[in-house]
Ligand binder design. Structure first.
Ligand code: NAD
Ligand code: TYD
Length: 359
């Protein structure tokens, strides 16, 4: 075993932020296994071109032979598993890919990790870690006065995405309890920040506001999400990897509950401030309430007391500052934006929004 880590899905939003910040902090080698679906973009990792510590492997986590031989060849000390289908609306339109990657893919990875780990010597077996990155959506939905999700909240996933992540969490748990594989799971709230694919709320709204397009808010816009700046999530994953207790789960959140309509309004105000259009109406005039997402969870909130108490992690970035950085990043990175908005992206936008009636 050496000091490299294997990251899956490292060309996606959180995975690429994780690898970039890992190189500036731990600085040890990273192998990135990514299938490069529509959400995977190797350009996110362009700063690592020519860096001997970084190895990109184009491949599918469902491919047991590939995963097994990669583990045997590279001998990583840990796996940090991000690879997933991650967009709720796509899971409603076409759930199958979610079952394949999130459930079957996680199973393949756990099974290959178990075989690799079983063959290690005692010290290496004790030090090995499998960190499974998951979501707060596995806990279902909260009423306005319910306490936030804790690690003991029963699972009650409502979307095919959430159900597929819940399935993967259960498999990860079972591999610790049955086989002793040193698995850690993190359940995090909604992330935002640079490199997020513009199908998700925040980047979609930033780009539409910049381009004077309508801002499609589902339903009454009062659904609440807890928002965490992506670099804070990456820092949480690093501390769980280094000091978390195998077999445990850690909830990760930003203490920043916001109604969607308030998030969209804040984006409009920032875009008005940073890119003023003298004489033009405020961007809030672009907001349109549209037909809701089926089964739309009303509220998510995270109680992150355990990771604070046991590992000393708390978020560093407040929502207002993180959102400002994010708006600026999308304004300053129009080349990245144009490269990801391919024909397939435009087809998805047409499919998801064309048929949504305005309320
Ligand atoms: P993303 O959709 O931006 O990226 C997913 C990455 O996984 C892409 O690079 C894609 O190419 C890759 N991938 C997909 N299927 C694959 C396969 N079969 N084999 C190999 N690679 C594959 O996702 P994200 O937003 O970066 O989320 C990363 C992880 O964090 C996911 O597991 C997600 O459930 C979890 N999570 C996300 C959020 C959020 O707000 N985005 C919050 C909590 C947890
Ligand atoms: P999203 O970014 O898809 O994350 P998730 O569904 O995983 O929380 O959506 C965040 C919230 O924003 C969610 O309540 C749905 C809502 N939303 C809209 O109102 N309009 C949109 O166009 C999108 C993509 C999301």
């Amino acid at each position: 075993m050496n000091d490299a880590i294997l990251v899956t899905g490292g060309a996606g939003f959180i995975g690429s932020n994780f690898i970039l910040t890992w190189m500036k902090t731990a600085g040890t080698p990273v192998i990135n296994l990514d299938r490069l679906t529509y959400a995977g973009n190797p350009a996110n990792l362009a700063p690592l071109d020519g860096d001997a510590r970084y190895l990109f492997m184009h491949g599918d986590i469902c491919d047991a032979e590939l995963v097994g031989s990669l583990l045997r060849k590279e001998q990583p000390r840990a796996i940090v598993h991000f690879a997933a289908e991650s967009h709720v609306d796509r899971s409603i339109a076409s759930p199958e890919a979610f079952i394949r990657t999130n459930v079957q893919g996680t199973f393949v990875l756990l099974e290959q990790a178990r075989a690799y780990w079983t063959g290690l010597g005692d010290a290496n077996r004790a030090n090995f870690r499998f960190l499974h990155v998951s979501t707060d959506e596995v806990y279902g939905t909260l009423g306005p006065d319910d306490p936030a999700f804790s690690e003991t909240t029963p699972y009650a996933p409502n979307s095919p995405y959430a159900a597929s992540k819940a399935g993967s969490d259960h498999l990860a748990r079972a591999y610790f309890h049955t086989f002793g594989l040193p698995v850690l799971t993190t359940n995090c709230s909604n992330n935002y920040g640079p490199y997020q694919f513009p199908e998700k709320l925040i980047p979609l709204m930033i780009l539409n506001a910049l381009e004077g397009k309508s801002l499609p808010v589902y339903g009454d816009g009062k659904n609440v999400r807890d928002w965490l700046f992506v670099e804070d999530h990456c820092a949480a994953i690093r501390v769980v990897l280094e000091r978390g207790r195998p077999g445990e789960t850690y909830n990760v959140g930003g203490n920043s509950e916001r109604a969607n309509i308030d998030v969209v309004t804040a984006i409009c105000n920032l875009v008005d401030e940073i890119c003023p259009q003298p004489g033009a109406a405020p961007r809030t005039g672009l907001i349109r309430h549209v037909q809701d997402r089926p089964g739309h969870d009303r509220r998510y909130a995270i109680d992150a007391a355990k990771i604070a108490r046991e590992l000393g992690w708390k978020p560093a970035e407040a929502f207002a500052g993180g959102l400002r950085k994010t708006v600026r990043w999308y304004i300053e990175n129009s080349k990245w934006v144009n490269n990801v908005r391919t024909g397939a992206y435009r087809d998805w936008i047409a499919q998801n929004y064309a048929a949504r009636r305005q309320l």
